[in-house]
Design a protein around this ligand. Structure first.
Ligand code: KG4
Ligand code: ZN
Length: 338
């Protein structure tokens, strides 16, 4: 049995989890700062790091207590090294190093996005080769994994991440922060309307994504209609944005599935909580019965430390240990054996 204590603090969630053998959660504590950042309409990095400092010790103690273990039982300490907000990351890195030093445990630095992918290990044993559609506030990527703990980015956004586009469009529609869940809810009441037709994103490489043009088109359409004195129906505009963004992204994912023929397709990241995305991918994947589809439960789509424990276990098996010189790396690249 291998027990990993995992710490996540890359953005605005302070989290600690104890994970057994990479797929069993003994505890998962997430302290969200969302109420504070909502007041500012987005995450304020300086505020985020201060709140992490205030909460991290209590979150770690609670995770150990709830798991019913002691630090003696822990085999290694995994932590998010990057990417993320530098000040936020630093708090988790220092906490992990302190625990590892005090209790003589090996350190495992983890890439945040690989954690999102491994959150699926709590649903099903991961099967390789695997394709992951990673959709979060900072990332939109297709990641090809020939084997366990082997990552190759085969498609990425050329401009904004999908979550970023959701958040910006939500701001135009006055829906507050975070915008993703609000647009998800509002679009359910919307309908297709010719007046809200939006341009389908285009990229030179068919595996890449683009959302900046679409976001600008929403802003311009909203401004134009208002100038004409037309009452914009927010639900219909949210519907048009969501359908255009998601259909384009799902089509590209299906092209990747067709070309690469993975044993498994997994969704990962905050936007994987989107109900329409889950529905579209499930429908489309019926045409590819040779590929198993796994979608993480909602609580493991957004940031948490259990996912860091899951990928931390894979890193442990591959002896991907770090040392005390390692620091937070806001622009960390995905580990890749190719
Ligand atoms: O993975 P995550 O929690 O943090 C990052 O690593 O970025 O993702 C946060 C993003 C935000 O942009 C948020 O608006 C989006 O995920 N999000 C959603 C939904 N829930 C969260 N986007 C669309 N629909 C949702 N239901
Ligand atoms: Zn995340």
């Amino acid at each position: 049995m291998t027990l990993i204590l995992a710490i996540e603090s890359s953005c605005d969630e302070t989290a600690c989890s104890i994970v057994k053998d990479g797929n069993e959660i003994l505890s998962s504590i997430v302290s969200s700062q969302i109420n504070v950042h909502t007041m500012f309409g987005g995450v304020v990095p300086e505020v985020a790091s201060r709140i992490h400092v205030e909460n991290i010790s209590a979150v770690i103690c609670e995770a150990v207590a709830q798991a019913g273990v002691t630090m003696d039982d822990i085999d290694a300490v995994a932590y998010t090294q990057g990417p993320g907000l530098i000040g936020s990351l630093h708090v988790g890195v220092q906490a992990a190093k302190t625990l590892a030093w005090q209790f003589h445990k090996p350190l495992i630095p983890v890439h945040h996005i690989t954690g999102h992918i491994y959150a699926n290990a709590f649903v099903e044993k991961l099967e390789f080769p695997l394709m992951a559609l990673v959709v979060s506030g900072g990332h939109t990527e297709l990641v090809w994994m020939k084997n366990d703990y082997d990552f190759q980015v085969i498609g990425t956004t050329v401009d904004d991440a999908i979550g970023e586009a959701y958040d910006k469009v939500a701001r135009v529609l006055d829906l507050g922060y975070p915008g993703g869940p609000a647009i998800d809810r509002l679009a359910k009441q919307g309908k297709a309307d010719e007046r809200y037709r939006l341009p389908v994103p285009k990229t030179a490489d068919p595996m890449n994504f683009s959302f900046s043009g679409l976001k600008t088109a929403v802003l311009q359409l909203d401004a134009r209609l208002k100038k004409q004195g037309v009452d914009v129906v927010p639900a219909d505009l949210a519907y048009a944005f969501q359908e255009t963004a998601l259909n384009s992204m799902v089509r590209k994912t299906m092209t990747a599935v067709e070309q690469y023929q993975p044993a498994m397709l997994v969704l990962a990241g905050g936007v994987a909580a989107n109900s329409r995305l889950r529905q579209l991918v499930s429908e489309q994947m019926e045409s590819y019965p040779q590929t198993k589809l796994v979608i993480p439960p909602l609580k493991y789509c957004t940031d948490n430390a259990a996912m860091i424990g899951a990928v931390g276990y894979a890193a442990w098996k591959h002896h991907a240990f770090g040392d005390f010189d390692a620091s937070a790396d806001p622009g960390l690249e995905m580990p890749c054996e190719l």
